[in-house]
Design a protein around this ligand. Sequence first.
Ligand code: UD1
Ligand code: UDP
Length: 388
Amino acid sequence: MKFKLFTIVGARPQFIKAAAISRAIKNHFSANLEEFIVHTGQHYDSEMSDVFFDELKIPKPSFHLHVGSGKHGEQTGQMLQSIENLLVVEKPDLVLVYGDTNSTLAGALAASKIQIPVAHIEAGLRSFNKSMPEEINRILTDHVSTFLFTPTKSGLSNLEKEGFGLMPTNHVDHNHPMVMHCGDIMFDNALYFKDLAMDTSYSWFQKLGLENGKFILATVHRNANTDQKDRLKEILSGLIQASENKSWKTILPLHPRTLKMIQLFAEEDPFFRDISNTAIQIIPPVSYLQMVLLESLCGLIITDSGGVQKEAFFYNKPCIVLRPETEWVELVESGAAILVDADKSKLLSAVKHFENSPFDVKESFYGDGNSAELICKTLIQFLSNKRA
Ligand code: UD1
Ligand code: UDP
C-alpha cells in the first residue's frame, strides 16, 4: 500500500529537518510513502531556502505558496488559507510538520480542521515563555496533532504533564493521539553530513582566514534579541569583548532579520555602523554543510538558535545561549550549555567558565541517529491499519 504524505515546510531549520525524513523515505520506504513537499514561502532568499534543497538533495517542492514575510496573523492566515485549499483538492493521507514556526502552526491547523491526521516532529518542547511566538505555535500544534514525535525525554515528560501520556494508544486517531519519544532527526543529519561537510566545504573555510579551533561561531536571530536595540547592542558588544579577550575572531553568519535591524539601528547609533571594524566578521547566511564545518572547527559557539545549540553538543563544542531559558534543558543541566540571556557580563563569565572547566558530557540525549526511520515506520503502520 502506498500513502500520500504532505510535508509542510517554510523556514530554514525545517528544510534541514525535512532532509532527514526525505532521505529515509528515498532509501527505505518509497514503496509505502510518496512525499510531496509544500513550501509556504516563509523564507525565500536563496541562502535561506534554495541552497538547502540543492545541497541536501531534498525533493523540490511540489507546491510553493509564496507567502513571504508579514505580521504573525497576516503570514499565518495566508498560509492557512492556501494550505487548506491545497489539502482539500489533494487529499493526502497525512500531513507532516516540523518544529514551531508559523508554517508549522498553519499546516497543523489547516489539516486538523479537515480531519487529515497531523504528525508533529519535535513535539513536546516547551520554554514556558509565551512571549515567544514559537511557544504558542508549538503548544497549539501539539494539541491538534495525531502523532507527537518527541526528540527528548523532557519533551515526553512535558506532554505527559499536559495529559497526553494518559491516552490509550491501541487505537490512534485525532481524539486519541500517539506520543512517541523517537530521538532527534537533527542528530541523524549531524551523523550523516559531518564527513561530507569536510569534503565539500574545507576549501571555502580556508578562505575565511580563521584559525582552526580558535574562533567563536555566533548566530543571533530571535525576535526578542534583534528587535530591541539595547539587547542587540549588549549581545554584539559581548561578542566583541569575548573576541578581544581571547584574541579570537567571531564569525557571525547573519540572519536577514538581524541584518535588517542592524541597518535600521545604524541610522541613529554609530555602534551599529562601526560593527564591521570590530573582531566580528559578518558574513551572509551560510549553507548547512558550511555551517556544520564552522561548528566542527570552532572553539566556542554563542547562539540563540535552537538548532545550533544542539549542533554545538553534537560536535562537542561549549555553547553559550543568548536566551533566558531553553527548550533543550538537557544541555544546560549537563553543563554543555550556559544560559546568559542578553547580558554581556554573564556572557563573559560563561566564556571564562568554559576556559577553566571544559565540559565533558558522554550521555547521548538525542537518540541513535535513526529517528527518521522510526518515524516513517510508525506512520506506515498507522496508515496501513487505518486503511485495512
Ligand atoms: C522564523 C521562525 C523562528 C525560527 C526562524 C529560523 C516564526 C514565528 N519564527 O523566524 O522560530 O527560529 O524562522 O530561521 O515562524 N527575511 C528575509 N528573507 C527571508 C526570510 C526572512 O529578508 O528569506 C526577513 C524579513 O524581513 C522578515 C524577517 O526576516 O520579516 C523575519 O522572518 P520570519 O520568517 O518572519 O521570522 P524569523 O525571524 O526568520
Ligand atoms: N544554519 C545554516 N546556516 C546559517 C545558520 C544556521 O545552515 O547561516 C543551520 C544550522 O546549522 C541549524 C539550523 O540552520 O541546522 C538552525 O536554524 P535557525 O537557527 O535559523 O533556526 P532555529 O533552529 O533557531 O529555529
